[in-house]
Design a protein around this ligand. Structure first.
Ligand code: AMP
Length: 222
């Protein structure tokens, strides 16, 4: 089963994807995480990608698309995978459809998370991530703080703020790109009949973990 997480930055895509991944045993494939790992390891891909990620711009498809195709071919992704951060444009969605078709697969479910904009910006500024690249757990100092301040509950490594989360200009740029390039994907997947929109917000008292719980229950009941 191929699941795609859709939604602006800070809506909790990573949280929902991580919980479904844990419960179903399918990998969470986050293009942002793959880029960040390569950047910290200073690989050729990472050095090239950082030119774009630092400014909040999209990394070109020539780099991103083959990277995703390669990851989807790993053994652990054959039963299912949760794509988090890809596709981000109509072109990427079309390329994904083509690569899945070559393997007799298709996009089965698109989870579209919607959160009010003011809440999103606040969540990005208060998001903290585990500095251990193998762990990558995500926290929020207001909504979901670690037990011990600044320390990851799961692995004990220090927490840090993502470089692009601390720069208000980069946050603004990412949200603009989301509106312009990624929002049209909602229509694209609506037309395919695979989208499920979920409001995730303090205002409606529904958070990522509630969405993940419902979806896992439904998948297991099928
Ligand atoms: P994220 O962790 O999903 O917010 O991604 C962090 C950064 O990685 C983005 O701001 C982009 O620069 C880059 N990135 C992640 N996914 C993609 C993608 N599908 N296409 C192009 N660039 C991406």
């Amino acid at each position: 089963m191929i699941i795609i997480m859709l939604g602006a930055q800070g809506t909790g895509k990573g949280t929902v994807a991580g919980l479904i991944s844990e419960q179903m045993g399918w990998p969470q494939i986050s293009t942002g995480d793959i880029f960040r790992k390569n950047i910290s390891e200073k690989t050729a891909l990472g050095i090239e990608a950082s030119k774009y990620t630092e400014k909040g711009e999209l990394v070109p498809d020539e780099i991103t698309v083959p990277m995703v195709e390669d990851r989807l071919n790993w053994e652990d992704a054959q039963e299912g995978a949760i794509l988090d951060g890809f596709p981000r444009t109509i072109e990427q969605a079309e390329k994904l459809d083509e690569m899945l078709k070559r393997n007799n697969k298709k996009v089965d479910l698109v989870i579209n998370l919607v959160t009010p904009k003011e809440e999103i910006i606040d969540r990005m500024l208060t998001r903290r991530v585990c500095s251990n690249q193998e762990c990558k757990a995500t926290y929020n100092i207001k909504l979901h703080p670690p037990v011990k301040e600044g320390i990851c509950d799961k692995c004990g490594a220090p927490l840090k703020q993502r470089a692009d989360d601390s720069d208000p200009e980069a946050i603004k740029k990412r949200l603009e790109i989301y509106e312009e390039k990624t929002c049209p994907l909602v229509e694209y997947y609506k037309n395919k009949g695979v989208i499920r929109t979920e409001e995730v917000s303090v205002a409606v008292n529904r958070m990522g973990k509630d969405v993940a719980e419902d979806i896992v229950k439904e998948i297991k009941n099928k």
